[in-house]
Design a protein around this ligand. Structure first.
Ligand SMILES: [Zn+2]
Length: 170
């Protein structure tokens, strides 16, 4: 961070000074520098490719409407998308991972970290992202939600909804 903002400040000063001293050439230079900076910056944020919705689970063949990766600890998200962590199918509870841009069963000999969806994370998601607003209602009332009806206990859902609803951050 430090070296980069320092470098940008130097570049900015250089561009300003050049424009004052050589207005015509300075403008062309500014455009070149801007193009370089924009181009240099674009590859940095890698697009996050989501677990695809409505694909068959490689273990049971059932169509999973939503893998709900966002119900896991957010810190584990990057590893899930890199295939370093696996997650269970809501229908058969078989472990799958995301590799080669598709959902696969865990290859023999591979031992990725098993990642659980958390009731509180799910309730926070339901509050801010679902039409129903509560995990209980999302699971009871929506087609993708119904695939998770055996995922958490009633008590877990009730407690998580209460916590999420009381938390002004979500
Ligand atoms: Zn399955």
């Amino acid at each position: 961070m430090g070296w980069r903002s320092g470098l940008l400040r130097h570049v900015a000063w250089f561009v300003v000074a050049t424009q004052v001293l050589f207005p015509k050439q300075g403008q062309a230079l500014t455009q070149t520098v801007e193009r370089r900076l924009v181009r240099g910056r674009t590859p940095l944020p890698k697009p996050i490719i989501a677990y695809p919705a409505n694909v068959a689970c490689p273990a049971c063949g059932g169509v999973v409407e939503d893998w709900h990766i966002e119900w896991t600890d957010p810190a584990h998200g990057p590893d899930l998308y890199k295939g370093l962590r696996c997650i269970d199918c809501p229908l058969c509870r078989g472990w799958v991972l995301y590799q080669g841009q598709k959902v696969q069963t865990v290859p023999p000999g591979d031992n990725p970290q098993q990642t659980r969806r958390l009731p509180l994370q799910a309730a926070r998601w339901a509050k801010s992202q679902s039409r129903q607003g509560k995990l209980r209602h999302y699971i009871d009332q929506s087609a993708p939600g119904r695939q998770y009806r055996d995922h958490f206990t009633d008590k877990e859902i009730q407690d998580a909804d209460a916590d999420a609803q009381a938390d002004p951050r979500y």
